[in-house]
Design a protein around this ligand. Structure first.
Ligand SMILES: [Ca+2]
Length: 594
């Protein structure tokens, strides 16, 4: 049976797909024919009430039409329990990302050197051009290519879109989310900004982890590798080859921009295929996948072991209490904990408090403490990070039903089910004491090398002149930002220290921002602009301005973001909603948390 946390995941994936990866606003707007099916009317109405434009509604409805009935049902179920501002939140995310400007063309008046159909003659090793069409709405050349890896007979689908007019001289790769390798619909916005652009399904359709097993129930290693790293590289090789063939010149610059799995894919490119991209933006990257994904199951393990499934109302109450308690530690009371590592709020503070119809108990406090602490071994050994104080706990500690049962995060559940246990019929509630740690260790042994994406050696990427901007919300409820900090610190160590590393790789942390890159804290609208400026003009991002908008899209707060380990510090005078009243400040090492 589907559950609300998978639904939540579905909504998050939609939000992420439509925001971080799709950049819709400047895209060609398809018309929605006829009357939408009844189940879509609710979405349309919600979006309209939140102030969405006709184009924004069209894009969303079109996206929903492409969903499977099961996915649509999950999303609808989620909506029933979603906060009333879900549409406004969604729109905020979309608009933040779509405020991106089309970059200036590097080859003025670049024109195709051959027809779209003539690309059929291009030969690419192990690749078959399956479909070539000229898109009726924008005249772009669309190519679908199937790539295989002999002797395996896998099929990685690659989608390439080439603008006929006003090519900006660049190639842009797009990524996926969850188990979804990517999607053809991600092409639209980069295309509208003049990029030759690519997407791939990385060898399997959809966002379910079941592709890890073949028909005989054995691990499908080729598909696992395709998803882990090969597919994005294939897309890049095919995309650049077709771009050069179409315009008669190679793209001057290549960029990869992605969030979540897309962020992981971006870092994987820098680690494994450093020649592929000049610039990479990796948002909330699901790196250290082999630890992070099983770690997101930890909250369910804690509740299962203690026979205490905690309702969302209590999880929300303890998050509010933590934010209230720690908000002012950063000097500004704004509903955001700037550095969750400094927040030591103890959930026992809520014991005895009435939440809804029940009382917050010592057992509840114990669950929350362990969830925040993160997974630990039988001997207390650190395994990975938990969600920070301030992050929405119900993403990983979801529960539902009259007599509460757990609702694991779908990516974690499917990963354990298909990749680790290799049994599609596995019942997670059968997990015995000690099993979690064994599965965690198995994940490290078996998948670290293939999908861990945590190699700190970026020397080849640096030496070819590559630049990378990593950014991560500190209230990320699914991929703890601390994992990205841990990785970046190892990069600093490996690449010769902070100053050397800052020449080509910078990390920005976003207080109060969640996995969908929205939240109580401001988010930056222009990361792609920043990476282009760095790669093409040599201007490294010293600070990035983040913005918080109200439900009408009006900016109500700006705040500067500084490269890690700097943080924004209030000068003590002037409006705390104005970025100009904050300066970059490097906290003492002892204050940087673990
Ligand atoms: Ca604060």
């Amino acid at each position: 049976m589907k559950n609300s946390y998978q639904s939540r995941h579905a909504v998050l994936m939609i939000i992420i797909a439509l925001t971080s990866l799709c950049d819709l606003s400047q895209a060609a707007v398809p018309t929605v024919d006829g009357v939408p099916p009844p189940e879509l009317l609710k979405w349309e109405k919600g979006l309209r009430q939140a102030g969405a434009s006709r184009a924004e509604i069209s894009h969303f409805v079109e996206f929903l039409r492409e969903q499977s009935p099961a996915d649509l049902k999950e999303v609808q179920e989620y909506l029933q329990g979603a906060p009333p501002n879900i549409f406004a939140t969604y729109l905020r995310g979309v608009r933040q990302e779509t405020s991106e400007w089309a970059p200036k063309p590097v080859f003025p008046a670049a024109m195709p050197a051959r027809s779209c159909e003539d690309l059929r003659d291009i030969s690419i090793p192990n690749a078959t051009i399956e479909i070539i069409t000229v898109d009726a709405s924008d005249g772009s050349c669309r190519i679908m290519v199937s790539v295989t890896h002999p002797p395996a007979s896998d099929h990685v689908k690659v989608f390439i879109a080439l603008p006929t007019k006003a090519w900006n001289g660049r190639f842009r790769g797009t990524g996926g989310s969850g188990f979804l390798g990517g999607s053809e619909r991600n092409l639209r916005s980069p295309l509208a900004q003049g990029y030759a652009t690519g997407a791939t399904d990385t060898g399997h359709e959809g966002d379910n982890g079941s592709f890890a097993l073949n028909a005989n129930g054995r691990l499908n290693w080729q598909e696992i590798r395709d998803n882990a790293y090969l597919g994005i590289h294939d897309m890049t090789v095919v995309g650049k080859t077709l771009t050069e063939a179409f315009y008669g010149k190679a793209p001057r610059y290549s960029y990869f921009v992605g969030a979540s799995t897309g962020g992981r894919q971006g870092l994987m490119e820098a680690q494994r295929y450093p020649d592929d991209y000049d610039g990479i933006v990796a948002a909330c990257p699901s790196i250290s996948w082999h630890r992070m994904v099983p770690a997101a199951f930890w909250a369910q393990e804690v509740m299962l072991r203690s026979h205490n499934f905690v309702p969302k109302s209590k999880l929300d109450a303890v998050t509010v209490a933590a934010v209230t308690s720690c908000d002012g530690l950063d000097g500004v009371v704004d509903g955001v904990i700037d550095d969750p590592n400094r927040c030591r709020y103890d959930p026992r503070g809520l014991i005895g408090t009435k939440v809804g119809d029940s009382i917050f108990t010592e057992a509840d406090a114990d669950v929350v403490r362990k969830v925040w602490e993160g997974p630990r071994g039988h001997d207390g050994k650190f395994l990975w990070y938990g969600p920070s104080r301030g992050a929405d706990l119900s993403a990983v500690a979801g529960t539902s039903g009259a007599s509460l049962i757990g609702k694991p995060f779908s990516v974690s559940l499917e990963y354990i089910q298909y990749f680790l246990i290799a049994n599609p019929h596995w019942d997670w509630t059968s997990l015995a004491p000690g099993d979690f740690e064994l599965l965690f260790d198995q994940s490290i042994e078996e998948y670290g090398a293939v999908i861990g994406t945590d190699d700190p050696d970026l020397a080849s990427f640096r030496d070819r002149g590559g630049k990378i901007i990593i950014y991560h919300g500190l209230a990320d409820e699914l991929v703890p930002a601390q994992g990205t900090v841990e990785y970046y610190r190892r990069v600093l160590q490996r690449m010769g220290g902070p100053q050397q590393t800052a020449q080509f790789a910078r990390l920005f942390l976003l207080p109060g921002v969640d996995h969908a890159l929205v939240g109580a804290g401001p988010s930056p609208p222009g990361i792609t602009d920043a990476i282009i400026d760095w790669v093409e003009n040599g201007k490294a991002p010293e600070r990035i301005i983040a913005e918080l908008a109200d439900t009408n899209g009006k900016t109500i707060r700006t705040r500067p973001l500084f490269p890690y380990p700097q943080v924004a510090k209030y000068k003590g005078r002037g409006s705390t909603d104005d970025a100009r009243n904050f300066v970059g400040f490097t906290p003492a090492q002892s204050e940087l948390g673990q």
